[in-house]
Ligand binder design. Structure first.
Ligand code: AMP
Length: 460
């Protein structure tokens, strides 16, 4: 079963019939209107349904699962029971964000919660677990350790949430998650949230976790982020990319920007280049220890540095309000990574912009991502910094060896196509009519948006 909900159906939180202290907490948190994910998730969750929802970071998914759980805990107090809700998340950052959310919307209730995550002292966690907070927010590895030593106990568990299930799978946490789910009482309500429900492994986890679930698939790109604009800029090489980035950052005044690279080394390099160009920035990469990470995030949060360069892994679960610009210095490896990155901007109804710098070898990947997500991706040309690389790159002629194997390199090879060669009309291309490609025509140069292409119809 698929639920397509619109915010218009439920345009205020009062209609959910939530307890007064929760409504006050929601008002205090500054939430006026439920997001589409909240409008779709909260009513069935209040009825006790198991569900899985395709919801990216920034969609308001946290309140979508916290509010119904908190409401039901308030409706049936059990002061002597053990913990009654467990939210599993992939990273400690995300755990603390969920806890912050809980503290914000729950500030007028007496409900309690604790974060049990790797990297924090175990003895503090044991003390916290002994106090039986109603809600536990945990990373799987550490929580499983506490279950194994008997410090944690799921006997009274009534609600189990898997948040960012796709990320958990990416991080190799599936086994720990399964072990925890297996120890939870069968009589419980379970919910699964994932940026995409199609990622390999998510359906298996869902089958293991959920009973007769409702599947909630909103158009996660456009519904979750109606305020994000997506642009791309052609780029020739890393030096050109650095100049483009510099322009983007200096053109946008007072902008808090997140720059993503695919690798840790790339993050360091671009930070060094920006420093040479007099732009102060901080770098967040997976090798930083917790203290350094906190310090870097602090600098970015309090505005001491306006630009944060991050790799995907390091940026998991990052929640920084007011990020107006996300730059993909490298085209992300997957559509889901794109979604996670761009979801750092345009939050809570603010306008956001994601700009991807696309080199010739990245063209096909960008095209695939745009098609997968149904992005309305527009080309932007920065005056004086036009790329030499103009058109859609030609497919490289297969080498003799590749031809013999029946494989051709899909990597774009600029200048390799024979000059004046007649473009071949392939059957495959004819079949692909209707599947949009990035524009291959050379755009007129100038400032701002120059060319665009409409999103294709989404796949069911
Ligand atoms: P999430 O997707 O749960 O990480 O939430 C993304 C951001 O949106 C967080 O900063 C929330 O505080 C904010 N938020 C969640 N729900 C709402 C809402 N209904 N109205 C305004 N902001 C919201």
């Amino acid at each position: 079963m698929t639920a397509e909900a619109s915010a218009a159906e439920t345009n205020d939180f009062v209609s959910f019939d939530l307890a007064e202290p929760l409504l006050r907490g929601i008002a205090k948190a500054g939430f006026e209107v439920p997001t589409p994910v909240q409008a779709a998730v909260i009513p069935p969750a209040l009825e006790g349904r198991d569900l899985m929802a395709a919801a990216a970071t920034g969609s308001g998914k946290t309140a979508a699962f916290l509010l119904p759980i908190m409401q039901r805990l308030l409706e049936a107090p059990a002061p002597r029971a053990g913990s009654r809700a467990l939210v599993l998340v992939p990273t400690r950052e995300l755990a603390y964000q969920v806890l912050d959310h809980f503290l914000a919307v729950g500030s007028y209730t007496r409900l309690t919660a604790a974060a049990i995550v790797g990297g924090d002292p175990r003895n503090h966690q044991v003390n916290a677990l002994r106090r039986n907070p109603e809600i536990l927010i945990a990373t799987p590895g550490r929580f499983l350790e506490h279950l194994e030593t008997g410090e944690a106990d799921l006997a009274d568990l009534a609600f189990l949430v898997l948040d960012e299930a796709d990320r958990m799978l990416d991080m190799g946490l599936a086994e720990d998650v399964f072990a925890i789910v297996d120890r939870a009482p069968a009589a419980r309500q379970s919910m699964l949230f994932s940026a995409t429900l199609h990622r390999r492994g998510v359906p298996e986890v869902a089958r293991h976790l959920l009973r007769d679930p409702l599947t909630i698939t909103l158009d996660h790109h456009r519904s979750a982020h109606p305020d994000i604009e997506h642009q791309f800029v052609r780029a020739d090489d890393p030096t050109h990319k650095a100049r483009l980035l510099h322009r983007l950052l200096t053109e946008a005044e007072d902008v808090r920007a997140l720059v993503f690279t695919n690798t840790r080394a790339g993050a360091r390099q671009v930070a060094a280049r920006l420093a040479e160009l007099d732009i102060r920035c901080a770098v967040l990469h997976g090798e930083l220890d917790q203290r350094e990470r906190k310090r870097v995030m602090g600098l970015f949060r309090d505005g001491s540095v306006a630009v944060l360069v991050a790799s995907d892994v390091a940026a998991r679960g990052l929640d920084v309000p007011g990020v107006a610009l996300v730059v993909n210095l490298d085209v992300p490896r997957s559509g889901d990574d794109y979604l996670h990155r761009s979801g750092r901007t345009g939050r809570a109804g603010r306008h956001g912009l994601t700009v991807s710098l696309v080199g010739a070898p990245e063209w096909n990947r960008m095209e695939g991502i745009a098609r997968y997500l149904g992005l309305e991706l527009r080309e932007r040309v920065l005056h004086g910094l036009e790329a030499r690389f103009k058109g859609s790159p030609k497919r490289r002629k297969p080498t003799k060896k590749a031809a013999a194997k029946g494989t051709g390199s899909r990597v774009a090879a600029k200048g390799k196509a024979k000059a004046g060669a007649k473009p071949k009309q392939r059957e495959r291309d004819r079949k692909n009519i209707g599947k949009r490609r990035l524009p291959s025509a050379t755009p007129a140069t100038g400032q701002g948006v120059e060319a665009g292409f409409d999103p294709p119809k989404r796949r069911a």
